[in-house]
Design a binder for this molecule. Structure first.
Ligand SMILES: *[C@@H]1O[C@H](CO)[C@@H](O)[C@H](O)[C@H]1NC(C)=O
Ligand SMILES: *[C@@H]1O[C@H](CO)[C@@H](O)[C@H](O)[C@H]1NC(C)=O
Ligand SMILES: *[C@@H]1O[C@H](CO)[C@@H](O)[C@H](O)[C@H]1NC(C)=O
Ligand SMILES: *[C@@H]1O[C@H](CO)[C@@H](O)[C@H](O)[C@H]1NC(C)=O
Length: 760
């Protein structure tokens, strides 16, 4: 749907109306013409220890808040009724350093239960604010059984000192009442700026400043600076201001019942409140609409999180924010990450104001005279009554802050993000985003300068789908930490050793990884790199990075195999040659020598090549992946027929060989072998059925001593293989345990672990 094609700005009243109408008519997905957005190249399942490690302990849950110590070696965690200090200095699983309980008092729990809240899921203390107050104290707030409370927590050598109940302070306006509500807080110069719900019912949002020597300041509820459903997701300080990022129902588009909109609000750090007017209230509160959209598409109007990337060079500081759409299209939501420059946000706050026309109750651009100093600017000295009167009604900016979409993806809800820049081997800087999803996974996205974002990997963290509660990058540890209901997960920036070849290492386009030809490994780029290392994070071209200087002048269309797996064809058995799908972005096909695989005696079943032993069936079989315009063999098999072993092709001389066992399916008699080509599908079904029956029989047989004997005589196991030529480059000594059938789920899972990566 191209609103722009109709000459409509999607956010103009008419544009919105059209959007609404289109919605009713079931829309195409709110993502670009390329459909779903980037696909993660590699996926890791929950429990795969190659990419993530978890900390959990019985009795601990709801790891909602994460805070890094100043030295970066301790992770403080706010969990349900508990605060933890984890030692994250060592590689490996975080270790518990100390833990202190902070339950809500019995009296508050009883009051809460009396007010019809659940004593099991709500009338507890959920820790929602955890900041480093000074060198010796943390400051923390929790929901405290629907009666927010805060406290200072003393530290001794990064260990937590237990909290005295008489040191617990009232925390209204700093933590929400309801654990289901979002909130945000940031400490600047000893003052806490918080955005949360300020009442039991959850109908009164507030932006507040507490602690420190300056007066406590709040937003004015009566003046409706915030819509009653405002939900805060981030607070980011700059030199003069504190910016708050939140979502609320838009009141300026009054013809819609419930149109969500994303906002940035701003207050001055030197605000002291008014004297007669706006006493103990902000005198500098302003807000503006944030727009994250692609041209001609419905906007991503619900902000979920925002983070600051400090200025690097001339571009200035930038804010990265994750958005989802209010509207579900085809049962799934879509997400976008937009970038906003701080300079642009500041420009909008220097522009025109909106005001409510009292007669028509509609928002229009304010065209009256400007006063000086400009309302909302951080001018020193008390503001005049006139300026404050103006501020009461002119808090919404006329212009919207328009972001640039870096990543748009459907079927995913990004709820949290962390960003950093990574310096590639050539010194260029790459933006890396870690995106937590509502289904408990983490996407590592890399934004290439002019090729958009690509997803290096998807790591499923929580075993059950649940939103990431908190996400924190620990730069000195080189890891991202993610809090969930049941565990805190540690995800190192990269595990380059999962890429076992130069081609895979380069195609991953991970700026953290480079190929070291000397050791033949894919290595993490940290500290000084050797000039011989290879990387092409920008284009991911293995031909350039992996064959340069190694293969002479004429580049080959396809790289030679690194290892040849020799398998023996057994008469009356279907050979299954597996092919690990390392990348979801590659397409795979099989080749036989220089020709295509003979169709009359083979079939491809779920990526594996099924081969019927026949005359002329022997020879080289390669599973070839094509990715990013480059083809390479993922796995190469040499099939020896029993009666005559073929001499290896001279072209393949010098390539290491290894004898392996592959799954076999025995076929009774010669009848099946005579099956005609046209009967293939039928034949296959029969074979699969036969296989199922056989597996049942085999399990039965294996269960008996006789069966065991029989099995030993029939099936060679990997460890009883005759000594074979060892392959120096191989990390897969035994590709797959021999098995006659693939039936059970656990079998398949075992395969996946063994084969490395798996494809969506
Ligand atoms: C919650 O209250 C119910 C009944 O009032 C009681 O049976 C239950 O044990 C309480 N649960 C907890 C965790 O206190
Ligand atoms: C840190 O703050 C706490 C609480 O206000 C105070 O008791 C303590 O003395 C402060 N420590 C330092 C080193 O300023
Ligand atoms: C990286 O992956 C390898 C397997 O490819 C595994 O042995 C290793 O433990 C992983 N490293 C980390 C830090 O998780
Ligand atoms: C195909 O293979 C993948 C992994 O190799 C496995 O997860 C999937 O279950 C297989 N599908 C069938 C129909 O066997």
């Amino acid at each position: 749907m191209a609103l722009s094609a109709l000459g409509l700005d999607p956010w103009s009243p008419l544009g919105l109306l059209c959007s609404h109408l289109f919605l009713l008519l079931s829309l195409p997905p709110a993502v670009g013409a390329d459909g779903q957005g980037p696909v993660p190249r590699v996926k890791y399942h929950s429990g795969d220890s190659r990419r993530a490690l978890s900390f959990y302990q019985k009795g601990l849950q709801d790891f909602d808040t994460l805070l890094l110590s100043d030295d970066g070696n301790t992770l403080y965690v706010g969990a349900r009724e508990t605060i933890l200090a984890l030692n994250i200095q060592d590689p490996g699983v975080p270790r518990l350093r100390s833990t202190i309980p902070w339950p809500a008092s019995e009296r508050k729990k009883n009051d809460c239960a009396f007010k019809k809240k659940s004593n099991e899921t709500q009338c507890l203390n959920f820790i929602r604010v955890l900041v480093s107050f000074n060198a010796t104290h943390l400051y923390s707030c929790g929901t405290y059984a629907f009666s927010p409370a805060c406290t200072f927590i003393e530290l001794q050598d990064s260990n937590l000192v237990p909290i005295m109940e008489d040191r617990v302070l009232e925390g209204k306006g700093q933590s929400p009442f309801d654990p289901a509500h979002k909130n945000t807080a940031v400490l600047v110069d000893g003052m806490l700026y918080s955005g949360t719900m300020n009442n039991f019912l959850g109908s009164e949002p507030i932006l507040m400043r507490t602690l420190g020597s300056q007066p406590v300041l709040k937003t004015d509820t009566f003046l409706r600076w915030l819509h009653p459903d405002a939900s805060f997701v981030a607070a980011i300080p700059s030199t003069q201001f504190v910016y708050f990022f939140f979502e609320e129902t838009a009141s300026e588009f009054d013809f819609f019942e419930k149109l969500h909109t994303s906002r940035v609000a701003r207050v001055c750090q030197n605000d002291v409140g008014g004297e007669k007017l706006l006493q103990k209230k902000w005198t500098t509160f302003l807000k503006a609409q944030l727009l994250c959209a692609q041209p001609g598409q419905l906007p991503f109007n619900v902000i979920r999180h925002a983070v600051l990337l400090p200025s690097e060079g001339p571009s200035g500081a930038r804010i990265y924010a994750a958005f989802t759409s209010q509207w579900q299209v085809g049962g799934t939501r879509s997400s976008a990450v937009c970038v906003f420059s701080l300079a642009n946000i500041e420009r909008v706050f220097k522009g025109k104001f909106k005001e409510m026309n009292k007669e028509s109750s509609r928002w229009t651009t304010y065209r009256g005279p400007e006063t000086s100093p400009r309302p909302g600017s951080c001018s020193v000295g008390p503001s005049s009554d006139k300026a404050l009167t103006f501020m009461k009604d002119h808090f919404l900016m006329d212009e919207q802050v328009v972001g640039t979409a870096l990543l748009v993806k459907s079927g995913v809800e990004y709820t949290r993000l962390a960003v950093e820049t990574a310096r590639g081997l050539d010194g260029s800087s790459h933006l890396v985003m870690y995106l937590g999803t509502s289904a408990g996974s983490l996407h590592k996205a890399v934004v290439a300068r002019d090729r958009g974002a690509h997803l290096v990997e998807e790591i499923q963290l929580s075993p059950e789908p649940e939103p990431v509660r908190s996400l924190l990058l620990a730069p000195t540890q080189g890891a991202v930490f993610a809090g969930f209901s049941g565990a805190v997960w540690k995800v190192p920036r990269a595990n380059c050793s999962v890429y076992e070849s130069c081609v895979d290492c380069v195609l991953a386009r991970d700026p953290h990884c480079a190929w070291d030809p000397e050791s033949g490994t894919c290595r993490l780029l940290s500290g000084p790199a050797q000039s011989s290392w290879r990387q092409d994070a920008e284009r991911g071209n293995p031909e350039w990075a992996c064959t340069r200087g190694l293969m002479g002048r004429s580049p080959r269309r396809q790289s030679p195999p690194q290892l040849i797996k020799e398998v023996l064809a057994v008469p009356s058995s279907i050979l299954e040659l597996p092919c690990p799908h390392l990348s979801a972005l590659a397409s795979y096909h099989w080749s036989h020598g220089k020709a295509a695989v003979p169709e009359a005696s083979s079939a491809i079943y779920n990526g594996s090549l099924l081969l019927l032993p026949r005359d002329g069936v022997g020879g080289l079989y390669q599973c070839v992946a094509t990715e990013n315009g480059y083809s390479y063999p993922v796995v190469s098999y040499w099939v020896d027929t029993q009666d005559r072993s073929l001499a290896l092709d001279p072209e393949l001389a010098g390539i290491p060989r290894q004898r392996v066992q592959v799954p076999l399916t025995r076929v009774g008699g010669g009848a099946a072998l005579a099956a005609q080509r046209s009967y293939w599908p039928h034949f296959l079904v029969v074979t699969v059925l036969l296989a199922l029956v056989l597996s049942g029989a085999l399990i039965y047989l294996l269960a008996s001593p006789l069966g065991a004997l029989w099995a030993r005589s029939k099936v060679q196991s990997c460890d009883t293989l005759p000594p074979v030529e060892k392959a120096p480059l191989s990390r897969e000594q035994c590709l797959q345990p021999p098995k006659n059938q693939r039936t059970s789920e656990s079998d398949v899972n075992a395969d996946n672990r063994h084969l490395g990566t798996e494809v969506a």
